[in-house]
Design a protein around this ligand. Structure first.
Ligand code: NAD
Length: 433
C-alpha cells in the first residue's frame, strides 16, 4: 500500500460501475463529482440515496454525499473541477449483438467539448467495457477533435472494471487486479495513484491490451459456465450427478472449483453482451470465433430446457399456474438484465401459462417488462395453488424453503440452480443433474 494523495475525480455515468466507483474513490479520500444525463439519479445521489441496490453502497453514499461527493449534469463544471474523468457509461449490444458505442461516443464528445476551455492537464479514463482498439481509435479521436488538443496535452487511459454485481463495493475495495492501459507513463501513473490504499499491484499495459483483458476475463468465466452446462446436460441423460463430477474436477488446480455450477445459464449486464461483443470484434477482423459462439449457443438453450422439462411432466401449460422463484439475474441484486428468468417467463406466457412470480428485490424491475405476470411479496404467496415451480435465482432464502411448498396444488419443482433439498413428497427435477 502506498501513501495516499487525494485527487479530484469526475465520474461520467452513475450506473452500477459509476456509482460504486464514485463512493469507493471518495472512501479512498478523493473528491468526486458524478455526472449523469438522468436528472433523477443526480438528485438521488445529492440526497445521499443510492440509485441502485448494492451491498454497502447506501452507507458509503450517505457518508460522503454533500462532503467529498456530489452529482451534476454539467460536464463543464465537472471537468473544470476535476483532474481525471472516468467514462462509466453503458456499452450495450446492438440488435446484431455487436457493441453499441453510441453512449461512449456521446460522453467522449461532451468531455472533449468541456476540455477545450480547460487549462491544466486532465486525464480521460475509459472504464466502460469496450472492445479492443476503442480507446485509441474511437474515444481518442473524438476527444482530440472536440477539444482541439492532442493526446499528450491530455492523458488517455483504459482502466477496465472487474467488480461483481451484488459484491461490487467489496470487490472495488478488495480487487484481485487493477489494470491500467495507457499511451504514456504520465497518465498511467496518475490513474494508478488513485488506487493507492488498496492492497493490489497495478498491472500496467497499453489500452488495447487492457480492453482485451476485460473481454478475455469475462469470456473465460462464461466459457466455464457453458462447459459445466454442456457436461451437465449430458450427465442428465446418463443419470449422472454433474455436481459430483464438477466437484471432483474442480479439485484440479488447473481447473479450479468456481463457475462450474451447471444450471439455467448466465445472465446479467456483462457476460452475454461481452462475449457477443468479442465475437463481433473477431468477425470484424475476419476471424470466426467458433468456441465463443458455442458458449452463447449453450447458454441460450438452457432456459428452454427448463420449460421442456416442465412440459414433459405437465403436458400442455395452457391455464396451468406456474410459480417462478427468482427474477434477478443473480442473487443479492435487483438487476434483471439478461436474467435467465426472462426467456423462461416469455416461453411460459407464450404457452398460455398463468405465471406468478416472487423475487426478494427484482419484482419491480420485472414488472416493467412483463405486466401480465402476478408478482408476490413472498415465495409462499407465489407458490399458492401452483401446478409447478421453477427456481431461477440463487437467493439464500430459497435454500431454506420447505413447508412453503405445501401450498402448491401439484408439488413439482424444477430447480435451475441446484439449490433445494429434495423432499419425499415433492417431485424434484434438476436441470442438469
Ligand atoms: P448502467 O447502464 O447501469 O449505467 C450507465 C449510466 O450512464 C446511466 O446512469 C446513464 O443514465 C448514464 N449515461 C448515459 N448517457 C450518458 C451521457 N452521455 N453522459 C453521462 N451519463 C450518461 O451501466 P453499468 O452497468 O454501470 O455499466 C457501465 C459500463 O461498465 C459498461 O460498459 C459495462 O459493460 C461495464 N461494466 C459493468 C459491470 C456491472 O457489473 N454492471 C461490471 C464491470 C464493467
Amino acid at each position: 500500500m502506498g501513501k495516499k494523495s487525494p485527487m479530484r475525480i469526475s465520474i461520467i455515468g452513475t450506473g452500477y460501475v459509476g456509482t460504486v466507483s464514485a463512493v469507493c474513490f471518495a472512501e479512498l479520500g478523493h473528491e468526486v463529482i458524478c455526472v449523469d444525463v438522468d436528472r433523477s439519479k443526480i438528485d438521488r445521489i445529492n440526497a445521499g440515496i443510492a440509485p441502485i441496490y448494492e451491498e454497502g453502497l447506501s452507507g458509503l453514499l450517505k457518508k460522503h454525499a454533500g462532503k467529498r461527493l456530489s452529482a451534476t449534469s454539467d460536464y463543464d463544471f465537472a471537468v473544470m473541477n476535476s483532474d481525471v474523468s472516468f467514462i462509466c457509461v453503458g456499452t450495450p449490444s446492438d440488435p446484431d449483438g455487436n457493441i453499441d458505442l453510441g453512449i461512449v461516443k456521446a460522453a467522449s464528445a461532451s468531455l472533449g467539448d468541456s476540455l477545450r476551455a480547460k487549462k491544466g492537464y486532465h486525464v480521460i479514463v475509459v472504464k466502460s467495457t469496450v472492445v479492443p482498439e476503442t480507446t485509441e481509435k474511437v474515444v481518442l479521436p473524438i476527444i482530440e477533435k472536440r477539444s482541439g488538443k492532442r493526446a499528450g496535452d491530455f492523458g488517455i487511459v483504459m482502466n477496465p472494471e472487474f467488480l461483481r454485481e451484488g459484491k461490487a463495493v467489496y470487490d472495488f475495495m478488495h480487487p484481485d487486479k487493477i489494470v491500467v492501459g495507457s499511451l504514456d507513463k504520465r497518465s498511467g501513473d496518475i490513474v494508478a495513484s488513485l488506487y493507492k490504499g488498496l492492497d493490489c499491484k497495478v498491472t500496467g499495459t497499453n489500452p488495447r491490451t487492457a480492453e482485451m483483458i476485460k473481454y478475455a476475463n469475462n469470456s473465460f468465466l462464461a466459457t466455464k459456465i457453458s462447459f459445466a452446462n454442456e457436461v451437465g446436460n449430458i450427465c442428465k441423460e446418463l443419470d449422472i450427478d454433474t455436481y459430483e463430477v464438477m466437484s471432483a474436477i474442480g479439485k484440479d488446480f488447473r481447473i479450479g472449483k468456481y463457475f462450474l455450477n451447471a444450471g439455467a445459464g448466465f445472465g446479467g449486464s456483462c457476460f452475454p453482451k461481452d462475449v457477443k461483443a468479442l465475437i463481433g470484434k473477431a468477425k470484424e477482423i475476419g476471424y470466426e470465433p467458433v468456441l465463443l459462439k458455442s458458449v452463447i449457443t449453450v447458454n441460450e438453450r438452457q432456459p428452454g430446457r427448463m420449460v421442456q422439462l416442465l412440459k414433459s411432466r405437465l403436458g400442455s401449460l395452457k391455464g396451468r399456474k406456474i410459480a417462478v422463484l427468482g427474477l434477478a439475474f443473480k442473487n443479492d441484486t435487483d438487476d434483471i438484465r439478461e436474467s435467465r428468468s426472462i426467456p423462461v417467463i416469455k416461453e411460459l406466457l407464450d404457452n398460455g401459462a398463468d405465471v406468478s412470480a416472487y423475487d426478494p428485490m427484482a419484482n419491480g424491475n420485472m414488472k416493467k417488462l412483463f405486466g401480465n405476470v402476478r408478482y408476490h411479496s413472498s415465495a409462499e404467496d407465489a407458490l399458492s395453488g401452483a401446478d409447478a415451480c421453477l427456481v431461477m435465482t440463487e437467493w439464500d432464502e430459497f435454500k431454506s424453503l420447505d413447508r412453503e411448498f405445501n401450498v402448491m396444488t401439484n408439488r413439482l419443482i424444477i430447480d435451475g440452480r441446484h439449490m433445494l433439498m429434495p423432499r419425499k413428497d415433492v417431485e424434484y427435477v434438476g436441470l442438469c443433474w
